[in-house]
Structure formats: structure tokens, C-alpha cells
Design a protein around this ligand. Sequence first.
Ligand code: DQA
Length: 145
Amino acid sequence: PSVLIINGPNLNLLGTRQPEVYGKTTLADVEAMCTDAAAESGLEVAFCQSNHEGALIDAIHAAKGKHDAIILNAGAYTHTSVALMDAIASVELPVVEVHLSNIHARESFRHHSYIAPVAIGQICGFGPKGYLMALDAIAERLKKT
Ligand code: DQA
């Protein structure tokens, strides 16, 4: 089985972007951690990152038939994008929503997620480990189906 890990706006700057909030681990580090963990779980993993809402939607559409699940950190589009929510609902792939920070402990505009209602679950507040937790949850779910 194959999992697509999608990172949205500003996550290309991980490691240098507000390290007090998001930590010092770079996106390349996160992807390397995921590659290792996926291999251990017998999963294939692919990555994409974009700062553009439409490109994220295209990536979700293209995942259908190619990947079995998606891990999505939509960054700030989490809190704004009905279009991303619709894209996820359209492809009928299991999506796990991930955030490095605990969005519920931050500004109130980060408390609402358009992704959550169409995700199988949300993981937030555990830094890069959240992606590994998501992979673990997906591995278990795909085993059952
Ligand atoms: C984030 C949380 C969002 O509120 C923020 O806009 C981000 C990163 C996180 O991973 O904690 O860009 O998705």
C-alpha cells in the first residue's frame, strides 16, 4: 500500500520558520523519518509540498487510484479552505489530518478545521512525531480493509 504525505503552505520553511512553535526539524528530516517508518510498516510513501491551494487540490485528485491513503498538513488552508475539504470528500481516500502544533491551544482562528469533518482523524501537538503516528494509524487501518 502507498501513502501520499502532503504538506501545505509555509511548511517548506520547517526548521527555520518560528522554531519556537514548529521546532527545528526540517521538512526533509520529516520526510526521511517517514520513509524509514513506512518501510518498517510495509508501506510505500510519496511526498509533495505546495504553497498553492490549487496545487494541493490537484495533488489530492491525482492521488485517487495511485495511493491508498493521504496524510495532510494543510497549514493555514486548514482553517480557510472549503475547496480542500471538497477535494478530500471527492476522492474517497482515507485522510489523516496532521499539525505539528496543538492548533486547539493557539489563536481561536486555528481551532476550526475544514479538514477534520472529512478526515478519519486529526493528530496535532506532537511535532514531527505526528506524521509517524498518522502512518501507524493508516498501516493498521489498511491492514483491516
Ligand atoms: C500548522 C498549524 C496551522 O495553524 C498553521 O497555519 C501552519 C502549520 C501546524 O502544523 O501546526 O502553517 O498546520
